[in-house]
Design a protein around this ligand. Structure first.
Ligand code: ZN
Length: 143
């Protein structure tokens, strides 16, 4: 629990949120600045800032909720797809420093298509195999 954290305030019910799921470890609620109607956030109750810090077992539990919330959001707003977004550290666009996963319902041609499209590599050129193998080797060594 971090007194300066907006999401910890929601967990402790000191701040308002439109909650859709609550269990011993995980909370899901509506994003206050939705990218699309139905945009939901899934967070751990415990304060962990990033994916580097969060325990793996808790993350596994949390992603089970992400799956169930995704199905429910899609049904509720008749979405044509769902994007899952999770950012770590300021330079990646993390605004609240309490780990969170965005569940974003998607619609054909919606306003965020160009951003998500770029993120998924649709706007990037194909890499050379040798470069991919080099960075893959580096990552393998750090796993
Ligand atoms: Zn927090």
């Amino acid at each position: 629990m971090n007194e300066n954290c907006r999401f910890c305030m929601i967990v402790s019910k000191k701040a308002k949120a439109s909650i859709v799921h609550e269990d011993d470890n995980v909370l899901a609620f509506m994003d206050l600045h939705p990218a699309n109607v139905g945009h939901t956030l899934v967070i751990p109750r415990e304060h962990h800032e990033t994916i580097y810090d969060i325990p793996e077992k808790l993350l596994a539990n949390l992603f089970s909720v992400v799956k169930r919330v995704s199905v429910a959001v899609k049904k509720s707003v008749d979405a044509k797809g769902i994007s899952i977004l999770q950012s770590n550290e300021r330079d990646a666009g993390q605004s609240v420093r309490h780990f969170h996963v965005h569940v974003i319902p998607r619609f054909r041609g919606d306003a965020i298509s160009k951003f998500i499209g770029a993120m998924l590599g649709l706007g990037f050129k194909k890499a050379e195999r040798q470069k991919l193998d080099e960075i893959a080797k580096e990552i393998k060594q750090n796993l």
